[in-house]
Design a protein around this ligand. Structure first.
Ligand code: PLP
Length: 428
């Protein structure tokens, strides 16, 4: 395809007219398609239906140590659940807390506890300080940013490179500013960029000098086992790296089975140093008498071991890889070489991150909406919902059917072309 910016105004106008006719035809179809949220499809959810049958009223209420899962207790999780997730996260069971149905909930509560009580090493609760700031590698996960906004934590944008956050900037900022207490990281198949942090980034995060003595990395490893290929990305273990350099209290790790089994009925998990875990357990004991152990047992009886879990994740990949391919192949066919867009090709996770020309993302999203295709709001991937360059759009391909997705991407590409042409004409 020829570069759009090499076309004359007359050529651009002609192309605009042809594309507008196609767009109007789509509008007339009354489409109702959704590529906005990263939800599993019903076929993916079906993969875990067996989990609903593994517990019976007769014989399945006991955990390995004899705990009756129907009763109160087990504040930090059943021993076998901790073991299971310790293997996934490559930490020790003593470094794990099993939560309820949501890791986001655990992240929210971890920050709330830090604001009220501080974290191990804090001189004061964070809320007693004049200002608390977080570094927000962006594009990033909107719900992380929403937690900061809720608690009035000032967010500082840090660019994301192919290897992770721009570490030169991160190191400089945390070294100078005591008010910076944390950084959000989605280190593997990141939301939405799909990148995995390099070993060097992990090393630098673990090692960097921070002015705040109680600085924390919020390591949201949500997509750690969500590979799309047989050659998965490798992420260096942050907790052991921190241990090597004596900063093991610096990191809170989170994950869940929300997109492994049932979204909203999975198991949320947190991992950290034993000091952080003991401190959290103490405060947690005021919040709850214990999590849902029946759900833990259900998961354990369903998966039994890591091999079965890996096989289960391969089945997820079989269902969603063709969806990623539809989006990526269509973007390639429609937009490659046009000079009006760029996008990422992830090896895992749930998203494709797409960049328009500067100033076009909002326009594309609203045009797509008018034609019946819902996309994640432009700006959602940045703090305060404001993309400074109005470029980034997060595409979530997992939920729609293959047919719906093809139509939705066709509409999307049309909108990108039309919005770009209008920008180029306005500039000439
Ligand atoms: N973390 C990331 C990076 C996510 O993308 C999502 C869901 O989209 C979550 C956390 C939510 O996880 P949970 O369902 O365990 O709260």
């Amino acid at each position: 395809m020829s570069q759009f910016n090499s076309l004359s105004v007359t050529e651009l106008n002609e192309l605009h007219q042809t594309l507008q006719e196609k767009y109007n035809a789509f509008k007339g179809q009354g489409l109702k398609l959704d590529m906005s949220r990263g939800k599993p499809s019903s076929q993916q959810l079906d993969l875990s239906n067996g989990m609903l049958d593994v517990l019976t009223s007769e014989d399945s209420q006991k955990a390995a140590d004899g705990t009756d899962v129907r009763n109160y207790g087990g504040l930090d999780g059943l021993p076998e659940t901790k073991q299971f997730f310790a293997e996934i996260l490559e930490v020790r069971p003593e470094e794990i807390i099993i939560g309820g149905n949501s890791s986001l909930n655990m992240m929210h509560d971890t920050i709330a506890r830090a604001l009220f009580h501080g974290v191990p090493g804090s001189e004061k609760p964070w809320s007693a300080l004049p200002k608390v700031k977080f570094l927000c590698p962006s594009p990033g996960y909107d719900r992380h940013f929403a937690i900061c906004e809720l608690f009035n934590i000032e967010m500082i944008i840090v660019d994301v490179t192919e290897e992770g956050p721009d570490m030169d900037l991160v190191e400089k900022l945390v070294k100078e500013d005591e008010a910076i207490k944390g950084i959000w990281c989605v280190p593997k198949y990141s939301n939405p960029e799909g990148i995995t942090y390099s070993d060097e980034v992990v090393d630098r995060l673990a090692k960097m000098e921070t002015k705040a003595i109680d600085f924390r990395i919020f390591w949201d490893d949500a997509y750690t086992i969500h590979h799309l290929t047989d050659t998965p990305d490798q992420l260096k273990n942050i907790l052991s790296t921190c241990k090597e350099v004596g900063t093991e209290d610096r990191v809170f790790i989170f994950t869940s089975t929300s997109k492994v089994t049932f979204a909203g009925s999975g198991i949320g998990v947190m991992a950290a140093s034993e000091t952080n875990i003991k401190y959290t357990q103490k405060l947690l004991s005021f919040q709850t008498i214990g999590p849902d152990k029946i759900n833990q047992l259900r998961h354990l009886k369903f998966f039994k071991n890591q091999e079965n879990l890996a096989e289960h994740m391969r089945k997820h990949a079989e269902l969603i890889k063709p969806k990623f391919d539809i989006v990526l192949n269509t973007l390639e066919a429609e937009l490659a070489g046009s000079g009006i867009a760029s996008w990422k090709k992830p090896n895992g996770g749930y998203f494709i991150s797409f960049n328009t020309l500067e100033g076009c993302a909002k326009k594309v999203v609203s045009m797509a909406k008018e034609a019946g295709v819902t996309l994640t709001g432009a700006g959602a991937t940045f703090p305060y919902g404001k993309d400074p360059e109005d470029r980034n759009i997060r595409i979530a391909p997992t939920f729609p059917s293959l047919e719906e997705l093809q139509k939705a991407v066709d509409v999307f590409c049309l909108c990108v072309k039309i919005a770009s042409i209008e920008k180029l004409i306005a500039e000439q």
